[in-house]
Design a protein around this ligand. Structure first.
Ligand SMILES: [Zn+2]
Length: 94
């Protein structure tokens, strides 16, 4: 029997992975925020990574526009602004 499992491109855990339909903009900000490895962009991800990335995008949707400006090389005035700590991530033990 052949396993359907694959190595997740982001967390390298062997799990059921699928290619996720994030927009180019979404992938860009996720990489900028170090939420996903650049090498994992447009690659199959496990459910856990996908859920986490999606929640991050939802949580930080208001930051997306600014992050894209920074990513595009547009300098924002006021120097480096630290990201809001936000709520702590709860990672379920699997
Ligand atoms: Zn993963």
């Amino acid at each position: 029997m052949q396993s359907l499992s694959q190595i997740c491109s982001n967390c390298t855990v062997e799990s059921k992975c699928r290619k996720r339909e994030f927009s180019v903009e979404a992938w860009t900000v996720l990489v900028i925020w170090n939420e996903v490895q650049a090498a994992a962009v447009d690659q199959p991800l496990c459910d856990e990574c996908y859920n986490e990335l999606r929640e991050t995008l939802i949580d930080r949707a208001s930051d997306v526009a600014e992050a894209l400006l920074v990513g595009a090389g547009v300098k924002t005035a006021g120097g480096s602004k630290h990201a809001t700590p936000g709520r702590s991530k709860v990672r379920r033990a699997s």
